[in-house]
Design a protein around this ligand. Structure first.
Ligand SMILES: Nc1ncnc2c1ncn2[C@@H]1O[C@H](COP(=O)(O)OP(=O)(O)O)[C@@H](O)[C@H]1O
Ligand SMILES: CC(C)(COP(=O)(O)O)[C@@H](O)C(=O)NCCC(=O)O
Ligand SMILES: [K+]
Length: 243
């Protein structure tokens, strides 16, 4: 079995595969005592470990330390690349791009050769455009929902509210409504821009991933929900490298 790990800034997602079939998968938090609940029982059967991470070096080392205790098989980290299988990175400093973005785009490229937009709504929101030639046209990085709640809480002295995920976008009549509706309104505007840009670039497929994907879809983002997109790209790359 091979273990694939997508370690973001908030959560880590993993899946265990055997001959193209998912044996188990799960999610956890790196700072917790057991970041991989549900995995330990499979440890002796692990024959390869591939990691995609955007966490700090300190957290990456903690993750590798945990994996070294779990299994004797060394873990290999996979990073952003200039090109793979016809997909071309728009960054000239390609190694500055978050590994999750590259792996998400590659996961999308595998079955959307007609071009696509990837929206990854995680700790940060990233939007990336890839055309039918496999050319990454570039993208955007925006603060994620929790990040925006946190910055309003900590950087403004007199904004007291309970963060709530709402779909209402009408003008608020209390601090709580102004903040919660405000962030839904902002996401709504982002969704309209994604739709507009996708059309301008001639891209029909919008693939949505990340912990807040559902929220964006409920707010009206028309797209294909692919919770596993980063892991799918990582899996394909790791398998190409080791076959
Ligand atoms: N069980 C959960 N734990 C933490 N965040 C969650 C959970 N379910 C949904 N979320 C939302 O998902 C976001 C994190 O998304 P995720 O894709 O896991 O992030 P990252 O890849 O940056 O670690 C959080 O900001 C939160 O709003
Ligand atoms: C933009 C990100 C913070 C998103 O990370 P996530 O929300 O998935 O934790 C990550 O892809 C990252 O650290 N990128 C490096 C900068 C870049 O992609 O240009
Ligand atoms: K993200």
């Amino acid at each position: 079995m091979k273990l694939y790990v997508d370690a973001g800034n908030t959560r880590l997602k993993w899946c265990l595969e055997e001959a193209g079939t998912t044996v188990a998968n799960g999610a956890g938090v790196l700072d917790e005592e057991n970041p991989f609940p549900g995995l330990a029982g499979y440890a002796s059967g692990i024959r390869g470990i591939a990691v995609s991470t955007v966490a700090s070096e300190e957290k990456r080392e903690r993750l590798l330390g945990y994996l070294a205790v779990l299994s004797k098989v060394p873990a290999r980290c996979y990073w952003s690349e200039p090109e793979r299988g016809g997909l071309q990175n728009a960054y000239s400093d390609y190694d500055r791009m978050g590994a999750d973005r590259w792996h998400g785009m590659y996961g999308a490229w595998l079955d959307h050769k007609q071009g696509f937009v990837v929206v990854d709504a995680g700790s940060a929101v990233t939007v990336d455009f890839v055309n039918q030639c496999g050319r990454h046209l570039g993208g955007y990085i925006l603060p994620g929902l929790q990040m925006m709640f946190r910055s309003l809480k900590t950087d403004a002295a007199r904004i007291g509210f309970d963060p709530e995920q709402v779909l209402e976008t009408g003008p608020g009549k209390s601090t709580g409504e102004c903040v919660n509706h405000g962030l839904a309104w902002l996401s709504d505007a982002m969704i309209a821009r994604i739709r507009w840009d996708a059309q301008a670039f001639g891209l029909a497929d919008v693939l949505v991933t990340g912990g807040d994907a559902d929220r964006l879809i409920r707010l009206g983002l028309t797209g294909i929900h692919r919770p596993d997109l980063v892991l799918a790209g990582l899996r394909a790359i790791a398998d190409e490298e080791t076959s």
